[in-house]
Design a protein around this ligand. Structure first.
Ligand code: GUN
Length: 284
């Protein structure tokens, strides 16, 4: 039986409608409109699309948004100055610096400059530490979206074998912490893992977040497994595809997320959720 497809667009729409309602209520009762400030440095086309989508999602949900763009050659001090200004602005609840930054930037320095209470990406060391301790303040948006997808599909987590491929700070590592907190047995694989298929074939839940087109094939998947594809890769013909080979995977997996239309829309949705949370936390 082919896999059941978890439709990220449908779930994102439902969650965004709830967030829009909550934002409207916050405005009506407290006079507060959740506001996200986004900083984009350079002209990377993918980053430009992501930032445009984030700003559009804010507007559609009744959130305020501010966008600041800088040329790739900008002095880091200018961006740090803007962050300081946004940190001090009570009308701004969330601050996001789109990654990657140009090579002359120290990305960690920039992320640490953001007020942890406005760090809706959850990338500040203080928020990373809180997640690691099992007391999250802001959960990074992509793994947060994946958890929502697993919840919506009714996937049992307690005691499940979860295998994550990719150890990035943005996805792999926080994903491991979130699944661990739900009592999964977690294996974190990466580019130096020996015999990747040995691990992936044991997974009840397989999360692919490596950034290599179609590298997880059907023969690497346990029959009936839940397969979450975080990858967004552009093929030579211009089409988007994930880290999972969809056609072979769908014959083996129990649940599968598509690319596009899977995790992507949920990432932006959870950014809105974090921005709303940040705004609500400013209430006395
Ligand atoms: N670049 C790729 N994914 C992300 C993300 O979730 N947040 C930010 N700020 N940059 C990214």
């Amino acid at each position: 039986m082919p896999a059941q497809i978890i439709d990220g667009n449908v779930l994102a729409q439902a969650v965004r409608a709830e967030l829009a309602e909550k934002a409207a209520a916050l405005k009506a009762t407290q006079g507060i409109t959740p506001c996200l400030a986004v900083i984009l440095v350079g002209e990377d086309p993918a980053s430009q699309v992501y930032v445009r989508n984030k700003v559009a999602a804010c507007e559609k949900a009744g959130f305020a948004s501010l966008k600041f763009t800088y040329p790739a050659e900008v002095e880091p001090a200018a961006v740090l100055g803007k962050i300081a200004e946004l940190n001090a602005d009570p009308a701004v609840h969330g601050i996001l610096v789109q990654l990657p930054l140009p090579p002359h930037f120290d990305a960690d320095l920039v992320l640490e400059a953001i007020d942890p209470a406005k760090d809706v990406d959850g990338f500040h060391a203080e928020n990373v530490g809180a997640l690691m301790q099992g007391k999250p303040r802001f959960i990074p948006c992509t793994p947060y979206g994946v958890m929502k997808m697993l919840e919506s599909a009714g996937v049992p987590l307690k005691g499940a074998e979860a295998v994550i491929v990719g150890r990035s700070n943005i996805v792999g590592k926080p994903m491991a912490m979130l699944l661990l907190a739900q009592d999964c047995t977690v294996t974190l694989c990466h580019s130096r893992t020996q015999d990747l298929a040995f691990h992936t074939k044991r997974a009840d839940i397989l999360v692919a977040a490596v950034g290599r087109a179609k590298m997880i094939t059907g023969d690497m998947i346990k029959p009936g497994a839940v397969v979450i594809d975080v990858g967004i890769n552009r093929l030579p013909d211009g089409k988007l595809c994930g880290d999972v080979d969809f056609d072979s995977a769908k014959e083996v997996a129990g649940f599968l997320t598509p690319v596009p239309g899977g995790v992507g829309p949920m990432t932006i949705t959870m950014l809105l959720a974090n921005t709303l949370t940040a705004a609500e936390r400013t209430l006395p």
